[in-house]
Design a protein around this ligand. Sequence first.
Ligand code: PGA
Length: 224
Amino acid sequence: MKNLYIVANWKANINEEEATEWFDFFKNNADSTRGELANKKIIVCPTFPILPFASAYVSLNNLQVSLGAQDISQFPIGAYTGEVPAAIVKKYAEFVIIGHSERRMRLNETDATLFAKVAMANGALFEIIYCVQDENTTIPEGIKIVAYEPVGAIGTGNPDTPENAQKIAAAIKEKNPFVRAVLYGGSVNAENVSQFTEQASIDGVLIGGASLVAGSFTDLLFKC
Ligand code: PGA
């Protein structure tokens, strides 16, 4: 069995009460003594205000979960009102998602912005999950984990075909030899996840909608 990254991107959903229920369910149902979880790095990415709570819950209950931030400031600690700098978030999260298409489109994030965010994240020793829309998206040198997420597949119920996702994942690795893992994201659920994870060049999945309900997410974990 190959190692897989399974990333839950909660986006702008799930308050603290809902997160408590989600983690309670996970604790009782995603039993790490079951063999199926042994090859999986499970990364949950809540909103910033939930990260300290999630971090405390995960360590208190010894859950097989790592935490990720969904974004990070391009600026360092300092006079940048409203920004959330990498050095402050690092206490609560090991991973950070950079370059999600929702941020590229709705918040006009450019390659220059994203490269500045990568520099900040590297400075704080984050593991970066860098999102790209296809094999032609520029990837900063040294990025190890990439998520291939075709825009038309996100939140639509119309995933890419596993064969095409495999082709793009292989092309990304070939063009960017520093990339160690390519994840697929876009309408992944418990029914289709294994079709993606069984592809030779795909090393995991990034899940939005199907990660919000703990039951669907744990189902998915045991199906790949
Ligand atoms: P989706 O989102 O699973 O709801 O399609 C994936 C993502 O945007 O990361």
